[in-house]
Design a protein around this ligand. Structure first.
Ligand SMILES: [Zn+2]
Ligand SMILES: [Zn+2]
Length: 350
């Protein structure tokens, strides 16, 4: 049996093409997925557009790690229970044995190696170091499939891995459902953070964007955000009493300094947006303000499973985060749309 896949050939800009593959014989631990939909992630866009910082991925590469599909074959006859199940893919293959893995902190697994420089973790496989799901078919380790509830649509399932990134960040904030929170950056991850908070019943969530984010800020309002802003001054001009937490999904280096001004004493800044440039903050502000800063990286298996449960609950406005669906044959159009900052996620349908 043959199938088509979208392959990024090298690190060069737009170096993608459709390639036809033969389905390999499945190993005992593997299953074959008929892909139904794939979300386009920011990292896919960086790879597609040839941005720096992705020299660690393995080219040529079938892109796509936000995958929903149906199991159509299994390598081992003892695994037939998975046949015809609708599933999403966990793109991580952590070691399962290190202290982090044993604690469920699978997004910290470096296969027991300590690293002074925190690089993208080795465990990140499908769509980065192994063939991903922008393909009609995908071979996946059975350990990496998660069956999904029938109430979760294919579209929401296709963005659920990204939602898990947002959810992982939100969970860094204790009692997040009742705190006054500012989300910075209304891109897909920021909108996901907002949607998780709104779904949890939090009515004190604001969103900060810039002038280019007008439509994304409108979408924020649509999913239930109380106030949206385009500058720090605008936030301070109201009867402002400070935030308990700020979740930055923009990666802009000005955010940490702004955050210490906008946070209440004891407040918390969570950084999700990635940027390799340093920032500086006056130490006395951290000390006197008892401000804490947390990084949030990727997802854990547990958080992925939890967010999939949330996705089946109607109060979570995840469906609204799907900006557009494009057919597989027009993948590159989808990439261009996502690069042009549509509001929400672009999903490729098979
Ligand atoms: Zn991603
Ligand atoms: Zn591990």
């Amino acid at each position: 049996m043959k199938y088509k896949a979208l392959v990024k050939n090298s690190a060069a800009k737009h170096d993608v093409k459709f390639v036809e593959y033969e389905v390999p014989e499945l190993k005992d631990n593997e299953c074959l997925i008929r892909v139904k939909a794939v979300g386009i992630c920011g990292s896919d866009l960086h790879m597609y557009d040839g941005h720096g910082g992705y020299d660690w991925v393995t080219y040529p590469l079938v892109l796509g790690h936000e995958v929903v599909g149906e199991v159509i074959a299994v390598g081992n006859h003892n695994a037939t229970e998975y046949l015809s199940k609708r599933v999403v893919i966990d793109p991580y293959k952590s070691c399962g044995q290190c202290d982090f893995c044993l604690r469920g902190e699978t997004n910290r697994c470096d296969f027991n190696e300590f690293r002074t420089v925190k690089t993208p973790i080795e465990a990140l496989r499908y769509g980065f170091r192994e063939a991903g799901g922008m393909a009609q078919l995908m071979v996946v380790d059975i350990k990496n499939i998660i069956p999904i509830d029938q109430n979760v649509s294919d579209g929401v399932a296709a963005i659920s891995e990204a939602l898990a990134v947002s959810y992982t960040a939100v969970k860094k904030v204790e009692h997040f459902h009742s705190k006054r929170i500012l989300v910075v950056g209304p891109g897909p991850i920021g909108l996901g953070v907002a949607a998780v908070l709104i779904g949890s019943g939090n009515k004190q969530v604001d969103m900060l964007g810039t002038a280019v984010d007008e439509n994304r800020l409108k979408l924020s309002k649509l999913i239930g955000i109380k106030s949206t802003f385009m500058s720090e001054e605008e936030i301070l001009s109201k009867d402002f009493k400070g935030y308990d937490a700020i979740i930055d999904c923009s990666g802009h280096p000005s955010v940490p300094q702004m955050a210490v001004r906008l946070l209440k004493r004891g407040g918390q800044l969570v950084l999700v947006g990635i940027n390799s440039v340093p920032f500086s903050i006056a130490m006395d502000q951290i000390v006197r303000g008892e401000i804490s800063i947390d990084g949030s990286y990727g997802i854990t298996r547990r958080n992925y499973e939890e967010v999939l449960k949330l996705a089946a609950i109607p109060s979570y406005p995840f469906e609204k985060l799907i900006a557009e669906k494009v057919p597989f044959t027009q993948c590159t159009k989808g990439f261009e749309k996502a690069l042009n900052k549509v509001s929400g996620k672009v999903v490729i349908t098979m």
